[in-house]
Design a protein around this ligand. Structure first.
Ligand code: IVH
Length: 674
């Protein structure tokens, strides 16, 4: 009995401990234990829960995606109205706001303000009782929302329990807070990349994806979307609550909630200046904001001012200039990707959106064009936000004159003119002609890319030349290219030709893992390739693996297993492998993999900024993590390196000021490769 009691105590302690490490990792971006140690703790917890399912508590870290699907959402009456905000579009609008409210209460002329980013996500309301997250709801109509507790639990940055004694504070007995659920842009792009590789429909933008994920009746579907949350308001609560907005943010942060950046402004002009500064900063953020919120810091004054309709008088939203414009859709083109997937794109009358000229925008897929009824010749709304690829929102149907043409998806590949196919269960259309030059070009580009064989200098332009001249018909042909061959092509002189040949020949010493990545099998990226390379002797061995043998390997599901089997079954690919063997490119299984236990960067903290040439920021982050380094979002004294790409922005300045080493991608690689 005593043993049981002790085990129960241990169980509760494990819950607390793991929740704390989740907070360090996801909220503070500053973990204090390794992933390995974390997994060990989680394993212990799971073992106890298996033995004692009746002990499983609501704040157990295993319960984030624990609930089954529901029929519909229950209604939740909010404990106080969940208000909206009045908008201002210029500095003068903001000044008029103060003038208006000063007529109601003169105190506002001598008070200070808080300025926060206006987060572009979905407003949610969270209830905590004795520190435990007990209910979460959508805003709904402001009076009544929907109970989405199970979905909200899947958000890793949402505290399931406000840890007692965290930062010396006791959690209030009851507190209801409000925040915004969102998806960070790099997470959104990585999600879409994974979906594209698996032939699934890509998501249109982070905001709608976040909203859709939270409205899933099955929380396990929500859990697949990398949501995050930031909390900025206390709706109600018991106990001593902050009396100003500055203290509110500080208090929320101390309780362990992720909060937005918030700046105090001494007067309104100061607040306006902060709004304008952020207009420039917006582009470099890794989440979307659509404006700034100016709040009267003193919450008593703010609440005394009352509300107009649903808008509190004590705060105002300054909306940024639109990142959305309208222009003419001149034509619809179709790209053929590496896996043969066809993707439509809009050819636009060039138009400037927040400082960048946009000539093309994605149309996602053929269903999207049909669902939105987008026609050639339409006036269309186009959005470009942050780092998200510009996309067409939809047509302005009121401006149609009848000359618009409905787009018919092509029946044949726009490049090789072979019939296209639809794979059952997928939305995408594919060109299945393995010899399609468009696919060959994309495949070779991938083959030579940094994450695959890293053949420096062999970019898309040269690849196109090699394919169109007929010098290269598959990846193995690269290895038999001669300097003489290259000199026949436009723009090649001695030195350039020699360099490329040398880079190609050098790449023959690359690992099995990189070669498997380079093959471009659907669903097999760097991580899966490393798992395969650690298990199979060489390409031959992998080629002979059965579907069943592959499926039982951790991280490989039935779809990837099938994709691997299919790939090796194609005669064209069998020829390719034989050619690799013939030219002497035949790496063997390695015990030490790039993705397993390489800790060349351990003990170092990195911040990434600007546009990198080869990595997306997400990829760079993963790369650093895989090598044992740490990545944080902001530069501080604890930062060891700033990895800077093009247009680095304010982080660069800060790193310079603090004397932190600024490195590029190449240097990062060198560090990581040890
Ligand atoms: S304060 C009484 N602060 O913007 C205060 N709202 O257009 C009302 N929002 O529905 C909200 N970031 O969902 C506040 N830092 C922030 C915000 C924020 C985003 C959203 C909120 C609201 C909408 C109003």
């Amino acid at each position: 009995m005593l043993e049981e009691q002790q085990l129960f105590k241990r169980y509760k302690q494990l819950c607390r401990e793991i929740n704390y490490h989740n907070y360090r990792y996801h909220v503070l971006d500053d973990p204090v234990i390794s992933d390995y140690e974390y997994d060990e703790l989680l394993l212990k917890l799971r073992q106890i829960e298996e033995q004692h399912p009746d002990w499983i508590s609501a704040d157990s870290p295993t319960q984030r995606a624990g609930a089954g699907p529901s029929e519909k959402f229950e209604k939740v009456v909010h404990p106080a109205p969940i208000l909206s905000l009045a908008n201002a579009f210029s500095a003068d609008d903001i000044r008029s706001w103060l003038e208006r409210i000063s007529k109601i209460d003169e105190r506002v002329l001598h008070t200070n303000f808080v300025v926060e980013p206006k987060l572009d996500g979905l407003s949610v309301v969270l209830h905590y009782r004795d520190g435990l997250f007990v209910q979460g709801a959508t805003r709904g109509n402001g009076e009544v929302g929907e109970d989405i507790t199970a979905n909200l639990r899947t958000i890793k940055t949402l505290p399931l329990r406000i840890p007692a004694k965290l930062n010396g504070l006791k959690p209030p007995p009851y507190i209801v807070v409000r925040g915004e659920a969102m998806i960070r842009i790099p997470d959104f792009e990585a999600l879409n990349k994974r979906r594209e590789e698996s032939g699934l429909r890509t998501y249109v933008n982070p905001r709608n994806t976040a909203a859709g994920a939270l409205r899933q009746l099955d929380p396990s579907l929500t859990a697949q979307i990398p949501l995050m949350i930031m909390i900025y308001q206390i709706i109600t609560g018991e106990g001593d609550l902050p009396k100003t907005q500055v203290e509110t943010i500080r208090f929320l942060r101390a309780l362990g909630f992720p909060t937005p950046e918030s700046k105090q402004a001494d007067d309104l002009e100061d607040a306006i200046a902060i709004c304008l500064q952020w207009t420039g900063k917006r582009e470099s953020l890794d989440y979307e904001i659509d404006g700034m919120v100016i709040k009267i810091n003193d919450l008593t004054i703010a609440s005394d001012l009352g509300i107009v309709g649903k808008d509190p008088r004590g705060a105002i939203a300054y909306k940024f200039p639109a990142q959305e414009v309208t222009t003419n859709l001149l034509d619809i083109g179709v790209n053929v990707g590496r896996t043969g997937v066809l993707t439509p794109y809009a050819v636009l009358d060039p138009i400037e959106i927040s400082g960048v000229t946009v000539k093309q925008a994605t149309l996602h897929n053929f269903d999207y064009i049909r669902e939105k009824d987008i026609r050639i010749g339409d006036r269309v709304r186009v959005k470009r936000a942050g780092d998200v690829i510009p996309y067409v929102i939809g047509p302005v149907t009121a401006l149609r004159n009848g000359d618009e043409k409905i787009f018919e998806p092509p029946k044949t590949c726009p490049v090789c003119h072979q019939p296209v196919e639809h794979i059952q269960g997928e939305v995408a259309w594919y060109c299945v002609n393995a010899a399609c030059p468009a696919q060959l070009i994309r495949n070779l580009e991938h083959f030579a890319s940094q994450s695959a064989l890293n053949i420096v200098g062999l970019g898309i332009k040269i690849v196109e030349q090699l394919v169109s001249s007929g010098l290269v018909n598959d990846a193995a042909d690269l290895f038999t290219l001669t300097k003489k061959d290259l000199l026949k092509l436009d723009g090649f002189a001695d030195k350039k030709a020699e360099n490329i040949i040398a880079a190609i020949q050098n790449s023959k010493s690359q690992s099995l893992e990189r070669l498997i990545t380079a093959l471009g099998i659907r669903g097999v990226g760097e991580v899966i390739a490393s798992v395969l390379a650690a298990r199979f002797e060489d390409l031959d061995d992998l080629a002979h693996a059965s579907h069943d043998q592959l499926e039982i390997i951790e991280g490989i599901g039935p779809n990837i297993a099938q994709a691997i089997v299919d790939w090796f079954a194609q005669p064209r690919n069998q020829v390719l492998i034989e050619k690799f063997r013939k030219v002497g490119f035949w790496p063997k299984k390695e015990l030490k993999s790039r993705h397993i236990a390489l800790s060349t960067l351990s003990g170092n903290s990195f911040v990434i900024t600007g546009t990198l040439a080869h990595f997306t920021r997400q990829e760079a982050k993963e790369y650093i993590l895989k090598h044992g380094g740490k990545v944080t979002n902001s530069v501080s004294k604890k930062t060891n390196y700033l990895v800077a790409g093009e247009n680095p922005g304010s982080k660069f300045q800060k790193a310079k000021e603090l004397g932190i080493s600024v490195i590029g991608e190449e240097e990062l690689r060198k560090l990581a490769e040890g």
